[in-house]
Design a protein around this ligand. Structure first.
Ligand code: PXP
Length: 237
């Protein structure tokens, strides 16, 4: 069974909208673990507009499952992860002001850079994963960098799923076969949701882990609202 790592960046975004510490990301992470999720993912960006570097330090102290830290390995990011030593670092080629990740690495063009970064992570005993598009050549070259895993960028799967699920998954099946044959672990993430996750997991049996944030937090709001509203109505009686 693939493991679920919950990306809690959106909880930090909500907190940052007001100042203060509500919602508390550390408390939320503990609850998420207590409900059965097998990991917590954070994506600190250099401008700290979602998760802050200090959150990552605090989370490392309390997380009892797996901590996955995603990001572009700029100096401040590498300083953070080599201090925190999370279980896994996922390398993502996002620029500083990017709204969200929108492509995988070009593992051919950035081969030397990725190899160097992954070597550094290995020296600290950190598992590495490279965010890639579902393109066999990119995956073969990810292996040559020394990475332990790839994370398949699932945006195109998610956006085409409703129209033609079989067609949407085809490139991912092929990519997962290439990765599994070469011994790379397989993670996946971006725009996965309750609507599309089951079909993805069924068709990619080699899947090790999914990291899900945006849809999962939105779905939690929808599901949780009925409980909270009835509690308010009770108090107002
Ligand atoms: N994987 C990576 C590399 C990401 O950048 C993100 C978004 O921060 C995710 C997974 C999770 O995507 P979503 O929030 O759409 O579930």
């Amino acid at each position: 069974m693939a493991r679920l790592s919950v990306n809690i960046n959106k909880i930090a975004t909500l907190r940052n909208a007001r100042g203060g510490n509500i919602p508390d990301v550390v408390l939320a992470a503990k609850r998420i673990e207590s409900f059965g999720a097998q990991g917590i993912t954070v994506h600190p960006r250099p401008d700290e507009r979602h998760i802050r570097y200090d959150d990552v330090l605090q989370l490392k102290e309390v997380i009892t499952t797996e901590l996955n830290v995603e990001g572009n390995p700029v100096k401040s990011f590498m300083d953070l992860v080599t201090t925190v030593k999370p279980h896994q670092v996922t390398l993502v080629p996002d620029t500083v002001d990017q709204l969200t990740s929108d492509s995988g690495w070009d593992t051919v063009k950035h081969h030397e850079f990725l190899k160097e970064v992954i070597g550094e992570l290995k020296r600290y005993g950190i598992r590495s994963s490279i965010f890639v598009d579902p393109v066999p050549e990119q995956i073969e070259n990810a292996l040559k960098t020394g990475a332990d895993r790839i994370e398949l960028y699932t945006e195109s799967y998610a956006s085409n799923y409703d129209e033609n699920a079989e067609k949407a998954i085809a490139r991912y099946k092929e990519s997962a076969d290439v990765a599994a044959r070469s011994g790379l672990g397989i993670n996946a993430g971006h725009d996965l949701s309750l609507n599309n996750i089951e079909y993805f997991a069924e068709n990619i049996p080699q899947l090790d882990e999914v990291s899900i944030g945006h849809a999962l937090i939105a779905e939690s709001l929808y599901e949780g609202l009925s409980k909270v509203i009835s509690q308010y109505l009770n108090k107002l009686k």
